[in-house]
Ligand binder design. Structure first.
Ligand SMILES: Nc1nc2c(ncn2[C@@H]2O[C@H](COP(=O)(O)OP(=O)(O)OP(=O)(O)O)[C@@H](O)[C@H]2O)c(=O)[nH]1
Length: 660
């Protein structure tokens, strides 16, 4: 060696002087034996090619330690082109080499990990992709690196953005992501994102390390376990555990909302007979078919569960304001279930009919617990069995009494139609000169025991069922027959007859056709026929009402608005209706002489009728004083006890003939 700087001592532990002079030690001898050949080959090659060389090799220091050296140098040539000397510098790169090795070592460790591990930069581009990621996702490192994680893997971009934001805010995010593989197959991954601050001084995040584990199998196992725990394997319906869970939640919700729902307990009637006669498999088939029909009988929000055996439960969500309306709704559901069971079931190669007994109880979070609700519904179900099966019973005796009364009334109405228990009476309508100008047909129901019922006692109930349509048809037919008979008699041919038409009947799609049929069958002149409509009808469906009224008017029928002033009909509505008459409700007439409010309402109605060109008739006129007050106020048509009660057809015809 000709010259060495003092720095060599820091690297080798030997002073520079040790390498120069007579007994100098060879620097090359410090080079690790394994690296010597490469150092000499690389140096010679560089010299041959007359270019500088860079070498890295290990040396053994004076203290016997290994260090990494990095040498850059070049040969110095004399004029003949021979190597005169080598010059350059040597640096200690031990620390750098260690870091490199560590990185290499870590990368190979990451590759050995089973999990997918990848790194992305702050713009979501993947910068590292381990073997686990290749295995899990299917892309190799070359394909994945440089791509955005969100584009490459993620199906749910909102979830991805949320994860990214949380990772930046909190340094870490752990959660599940829906992803897909290279072949497009879906993947449920449990991921952990860690933000790696590259520069500890600035703290600016530069990379996000993502570890991802495939939990698809765990998820599908969980789903299977959930199904086993909460669903009945035979019918696929929610099971008892699920029902208890939903019922508890429904009660909690109802305690907050104060709304009322219902719980229905169903048990098939004589199910054992099917098992005994056709075998268990047939029984199973029936249970499955019943489950499907029950599901179709309830609303989406309501729940059908199988408790076990042939027992089912329907939970009607608490959605009603009162116990009464909830009971009414439950009754509709129960009736639907009974009807759904009516058609026989196809089981393998035979048809089978089954009925069900249903117990119903109302549920409200303020009053009930899961246990009490189930017990009550169960008790009510046994009452339904005791009552002969194929029916339903309410747990609450009051409710049961009301329901029984209603259902008795309903079957009574059916019988009345069949057995001709209805009759029409006619209350005369007179003009200012006390001449009879017509009548209002009033419905009466004569019970088999001779008792007479008035419409207020049964029409509302009839309106809640389709019975009103049949009753209305009978009323119209009978009234038209009567009117036709008046029209055949010269003394009564000028009379008009008012018939009450219920809203429910008027909106029936075939109401006009049915009316035409009756007109034709009875041969009545429709000009004598007046339909009395209520305000409710007008308000409910104005456009359709006007259309139907106009069609009927073209046939000659006229219209009166009944109960005028009691409802909500506005002037705007009134003006557009093709009316002929306004009727002052009897409730205003009662106190018209003493109550200033009633008097002023009646005066307004009369004035309104006048300005719209409508005839105004007052009903409920009972005294001469009322009649005189009315005529002074400008109303000249009257109906009421002052003249006559409602008379039988025969009576009326005689009465009218004498007063025309
Ligand atoms: N096929 C079938 N039968 C079952 C299953 N679970 C219970 N059963 C049978 O269902 C029948 C239940 O009968 P019960 O409800 O006690 O009596 P029922 O014959 O329906 O008579 P009532 O309820 O009094 O009208 C029993 O014979 C049980 O063996 C099942 O999963 N499949």
């Amino acid at each position: 060696m000709i010259f060495l700087s003092a720095g060599i001592e820091k690297l080798t532990g030997y002073p520079a002087s040790a390498f120069t002079g007579e007994d100098a030690m060879s620097y090359a001898s410090l080079i690790h034996p394994d690296d010597r050949a490469k150092v000499s080959d690389d140096t010679n090659a560089a010299i041959r090619e007359r270019r500088p060389f860079q070498l890295s090799y290990r040396i053994t220091t004076a203290a016997g330690k290994l260090r990494w050296a990095w040498e850059q140098g070049a040969a110095v040539f004399d004029e003949q082109g021979n190597v005169e000397a080598l010059e350059g510098f040597i640096a200690d790169i031990t620390v750098l080499r260690r870091a490199d090795l560590l990185a290499l070592e870590q990368a190979s460790l990451l590759d050995k990990a089973r999990d997918a591990i990848f790194v992305m930069d702050m713009s979501s581009r993947i910068t590292y992709w381990n073997k686990g990621a290749e295995r899990l996702y299917g892309w190799d490192a070359r394909e994945a690196e440089g791509q955005r994680m969100s584009d490459l893997l993620c199906d749910d971009h909102a979830a991805y953005s949320e994860a990214y934001k949380t990772a930046l805010d909190e340094g870490e995010w752990v959660g599940e992501l829906h992803q897909h593989r290279r072949d497009g197959s879906p993947l449920h991954a449990d991921t952990r994102w860690t933000v790696v601050p590259a520069d500890p001084a600035s703290g600016i995040p530069q990379k996000i390390l993502v570890m991802s584990t495939d939990i698809s199998e765990r998820k599908s196992n969980e789903a299977r376990i959930h199904r086993l725990a909460y669903f009945d394997a035979l019918t696929d319906l929610p099971n008892r555990a699920s029902l208890l869970d939903h019922l508890r939640r429904a009660l909690l919700g109802s305690a907050r909302s104060r709304k009322v729902g219902a719980l229905m307990f169903l048990d098939l009637d004589n199910f054992k007979t099917l098992n005994d006669t056709h075998g268990h498999a047939a029984g199973d088939m029936l249970l499955q078919a019943v489950a499907r029909r029950l599901e179709h009988s309830v609303r989406e929000a309501d729940m059908v569960a199988r408790l076990g055996g042939d027992e089912f439960v329907i939970l009607v969500q608490p959605d009603e304001e009162s116990i009464e309306t909830a009971a009414h709704h439950a009754e509709t559901v129960a009736a639907k279930v009974v009807a759904a069971m009516r058609a026989p079931f196809q089981l393998a190669d035979f048809m089978y009919s089954v009925s069900t007994s249903i117990g119903v109880t109302m549920i409200s979070g303020a009053l009930d617990t899961v246990e009490s609700a189930l017990k009550q519904a169960d008790t009510a179900m046994y009452q339904a069995k005791a009552a002969g099966r194929n029916t339903f019973r309410f747990f609450d005796p009051d409710m049961q009494a009301k329901w029984t009364a209603r259902s008795e009334l309903e079957s009574g109405l059916r019988r009345a139609l069949r057995n001709h228990e209805f009759m029409l009476n006619y209350q005369p309508q007179l003009d200012g000169d006390s001449r009879v100008i017509g009548a209002e047909a009033l419905l009466r129901w004569r019970l088999p025991n001779g008792e007479i019922l008035y419409p207020t006692e049964f029409i509302k109930q009839a309106e809640e069922t389709s019975l009103i349509v049949d009753i209305g048809r009978w009323v119209l037919g009978t009234a038209c027959l009567e009117l036709a008979s008046w029209q055949r008699n010269p003394a009564t041919r000028h009379l008009s007859l008012s018939v009450n038409v219920s809203a429910r009947q008027f909106v029936e799609p075939d109401f006009v056709a049915m009316t035409q049929e009756i007109l034709a069958a009875t041969g009545v002149d429709p000009h004598g026929l007046k339909f009395e409509l209520t305000e409710t009808l007008v308000v409910t469906d104005f456009a359709h009402t006007v259309e139907t009224m106009e069609t009927l008017r073209r046939l000659g029928i006229t219209f009166s608005l009944d109960d005028f002033g009691t409802g909500y009909s506005s002037l705007a509505y009134l003006r557009k209706l093709p009316l002929d008459q306004l009727k002052i409700d009897y409730s205003f007439m009662r106190d018209v002489l003493t109550d200033r409010n009633d008097a002023s309402i009646v005066r307004s109605i009369i004035a309104l009728g006048g300005s719209l060109g409508l005839q105004v008739i007052a009903e409920g006129v009972e005294t001469q004083g009322q009649r005189e007050w009315l005529s002074q106020a400008g109303c000249f048509v009257y109906q009421g006890y002052l003249y006559e009660r409602a008379l039988s057809g025969e009576h009326f015809a005689r009465y009218a003939a004498t007063l025309h």
